[in-house]
Design a protein around this ligand. Sequence first.
Ligand SMILES: Cc1cc2nc3c(=O)[nH]c(=O)nc-3n(C[C@H](O)[C@H](O)[C@H](O)COP(=O)(O)O)c2cc1C
Length: 205
Amino acid sequence: MKEMIEQRRSVNYFDPEFEMTKAEVKEVIDLAATAPSTMNLQPWETAVVMSAEMKEKLRSVSFDQPKVEEAAAVIVIIADTKGFARTNEAVFESNIELGYMTEEVAATYKKNAGKMFGDPESEAVKKWALINSSLFAMNLMHSASALGFDSHPMGGFNEKEVKKLLNIDEVKLIPLFVCLGKKREEKKLLKRAFRFKSEDFSIFF
Ligand SMILES: Cc1cc2nc3c(=O)[nH]c(=O)nc-3n(C[C@H](O)[C@H](O)[C@H](O)COP(=O)(O)O)c2cc1C
């Protein structure tokens, strides 16, 4: 695990010949969905771009970054500000089924969570959706490594245009894409870029 984390890199050069099956991409996404989230409400969605035609269009709204076309799949991470409405029923139902809480307690939790996370326009909900979907995205990169694939996070795109292209609700946010595939064998990665050390950015109390 330590090695896997140390060896994960942003792979700029994907092998354009390397393809992933839908089942392989789903396996990476399902593993990533073990990510933790506030009250387990999982306010993330993915738009999975695998067809050559759609990758080409997506590249044109992503500052022409070649990896969008060269990767086997581009996972557009969506911070679902409407996530509470989509997930709460199933999450609290399962809490009851799993014996985590009684129906009464679940109803109280649900009511309180609805107050906190129910308004997709609020700043608090945007923050909530961004925090949780970003944790999901990091887990997606590690899931890809665990399953033998390479990945690359990307923030360089025109969010408005991406939403238009993929028919994503205006109120939702796109923190990043994660490209998946295999590094071109002949390409050598630069050495791991500089990182600050804990003593540079941590305060211990
Ligand atoms: C949110 C986010 C956005 C990024 N956007 C881009 C991007 O648009 N294009 C790109 O080439 N790299 C992008 N990167 C990759 C970083 O440059 C890379 O992770 C960093 O240089 C460290 O390299 P490493 O991941 O190999 O250690 C992004 C990374 C993150 C986390």
